[in-house]
Write a protein that binds this ligand. Structure first.
Ligand SMILES: [Zn+2]
Ligand SMILES: [Zn+2]
Length: 88
């Protein structure tokens, strides 16, 4: 399955990825907040920050969809680099 794409102001047309809003903030502020990534069976990357990663699944689910945003894969890689995390 092809990953849906998103058009980014910095990186152009890229596959979309899902991250928590804190990672979006960390990109904007240039401030690392942790980066716990995974890749779904559909090839879609997602990542959450230290704070979200420390929550139980229940507490995380309570934050709802408003806690998650879409960014492009280029921004996702930038966020990983900011947190000195290697994607493999
Ligand atoms: Zn978070
Ligand atoms: Zn981007």
């Amino acid at each position: 399955m092809k990953v849906p794409s998103v058009t980014c102001g910095t990186h152009g047309k890229q596959p979309q990825t899902f991250v928590c809003v804190h990672i979006i903030e960390s990109i904007r502020e240039g401030e690392p907040k942790g980066f716990w990534w995974s890749r779904g069976p559909d090839g879609v990357w997602d990542a959450i920050c230290d704070q979200c990663n420390s929550l139980s699944q229940d507490d995380f689910d309570k934050l709802g969809p408003g806690n998650i945003g879409v960014i492009c894969l280029g921004c996702f890689e930038d966020a990983a680099a900011l947190n000195e995390v290697e994607l493999s």
